[in-house]
Ligand binder design. Structure first.
Ligand SMILES: [Zn+2]
Length: 162
């Protein structure tokens, strides 16, 4: 028996169902181990959570017309009621970027045009206990240069129909 096949046999027999073998030291670990119990080498996890690639947008000015973003709940402009509860003005959901300003993003969402504030938190001049606050947004999809409005379709009375 050659050396190569010996190693093959040891490797095969050492690995059982529900176990995984460390790439560095060949030590057998439980299938749910995050790192090797012998050498602490991290295991590559096969399953990645969906949406892991989608990053929070730090600088809204990097967005382009036609980019699809998602507003995540629990942030953005709000007012605080007598009980101290926050009520948010912006619906969470998808918005299509139209343009950006210094302090925010002009978008088109399911309720039509929507301004998404991205500046510093400040008190509203119009509403008592109202606050402008930065929204948390995630870039879902880069602009499709061929049809930047394909996601929501053409709005009613769109010039493209006339
Ligand atoms: Zn190891």
């Amino acid at each position: 028996m050659s050396i190569v096949s010996d190693i093959g046999v040891i490797y095969m027999s050492g690995k059982k169902r529900g176990q995984k073998v460390c790439e560095k030291c060949n030590c057998v670990n439980g299938v749910r181990a995050y790192e090797c119990k012998e050498c602490d080498a991290p295991f590559k996890m096969k399953k990645y959570r969906k949406g892991n690639k989608k990053k929070q947008v730090e600088d809204h000015k990097t967005l382009n017309r036609g980019d699809l973003i998602r507003v995540v709940g629990g942030n953005g402009c709000h007012y605080i009621d007598r009980n101290g509860d926050r009520h948010y003005f912006t619906d969470r959901g998808k918005y299509l970027v139209q343009s950006t300003t210094t302090d925010g993003i002009m978008t088109y969402g399911k309720h039509g045009h929507q301004y998404i504030y991205m500046g510093e938190r400040k008190q509203s001049k119009l509403i008592d206990s109202g606050y402008w606050d930065r929204h948390k947004i995630i870039l879902l999809k880069d602009a499709d240069p061929k049809s930047p409005h394909s996601i929501f379709g053409s709005p009613k009375g769109s010039r493209s129909r006339a």
